[in-house]
Design a protein around this ligand. Structure first.
Ligand SMILES: C[S@@+](CC[C@H](N)C(=O)[O-])C[C@H]1O[C@@H](n2cnc3c(N)ncnc32)[C@H](O)[C@@H]1O
Length: 269
């Protein structure tokens, strides 16, 4: 799949309905809408984000690629000196702007476009942050090269991407085998189940092992400084799961073995 097709599928999907919008019952764009999504994000599904990906931002300039509802953007605006968010979907940029304005932030700007094409002039960033985006991009080598060119010499990129050896990926495989008896291609199932895109216009979903990502990152001029694996939630353990703390020892341990996200903190060579 090429860049145009993958970007169009992403835009078609997320311009219609924002990522994670199913977590909110409140009207789109209201304060309660953002609060509900934030509670689910940091209190249930991905509570590790603030501790592992959004620390040590004081005095720094941050670029976020793929902004979603602007939940992480508001933490970054609170902790960092300045924030720029780029996204190819107008819907996500509008929601992020609403969230940041409602919270009274002024230290941000938002731009629309593909990272690989947008002209940032001479601007460089201390931190590039991107959660759940690169695995949806057909042209990931261009993505990495462009990100590298936008970092300051001592800058850092922080990425979260889907993991191949994970409970959720095994669940998708089982669903595919049982429900569909192999009639639909596996990658269409992955695209559909992970982000609920339609079968005829699937979002790109690439699911890789840690060593495959290591190879990809190193080939594009990055060295890995830190690595974590996380993303194991209460509902994966029937009955007993709800007694476990979403960010506690047991679920983090299971996450480090079977979690849905690789987390890479990388620098340029
Ligand atoms: C799954 S969402 C993740 C959003 C957010 N980071 C989160 O975790 O909720 C992926 C986002 O990346 C954006 N995106 C996809 N390709 C992009 C590209 N080439 N340049 C910039 N943004 C892109 C999509 O529009 C979408 O907002």
């Amino acid at each position: 799949m090429n860049k145009e097709i993958s970007n169009k599928a992403a835009q078609d999907r997320w311009n219609q309905r924002a990522v994670g919008a199913q977590r909110a019952s409140a009207p789109r764009g209201s304060r309660e809408y953002f609060d509900q999504i934030e509670r689910h994000r940091y209190g249930y599904e991905t509570p590790f984000i603030k501790d592992l990906l959004l620390t040590d931002l004081e005095g720094k300039s941050v670029l976020e690629i793929g902004v979603g509802n602007g939940i992480d953007a508001s933490v970054i605006c609170e902790r960092a000196d300045s924030y720029v968010g780029i996204d190819i979907t107008r819907n996500h940029l509008d929601l992020t702007e609403q969230n940041l304005k409602q919270k009274g932030f002024r230290n941000f700007s938002l731009v629309e476009g593909d990272l690989t094409e947008f002209d940032f002039g001479e601007k460089k960033f201390d931190v590039i942050y991107s959660f759940g985006v690169m695995h949806h991009i057909a042209h990931e080598e261009d993505f990495l090269k462009r990100a590298k060119s936008l970092l300051t010499p001592d800058g850092e990129m922080r990425l979260a991407v889907y993991s191949k050896w994970s409970f959720f990926n095994a669940y998708i495989l089982a669903t595919w085998l049982v429900r569909n008896r192999c009639r639909v291609k596996f990658n269409l199932w992955q695209g559909h189940l992970t982000d609920a895109s339609s079968f005829d216009n699937p979002i790109v979903v690439k699911v890789r092992s840690k060593s495959q990502y290591k190879y990809l990152l190193e080939r594009n001029g990055f060295v890995i400084r830190k690595y974590y694996k996380r993303g194991f939630v209460q509902r994966y353990i029937p009955v007993l799961g709800r007694f476990l703390h979403p960010n506690g020892y047991t679920l983090n341990l299971l996450g480090s073995l079977f979690g849905w996200y690789h987390i890479f903190i990388v620098k340029t060579r």
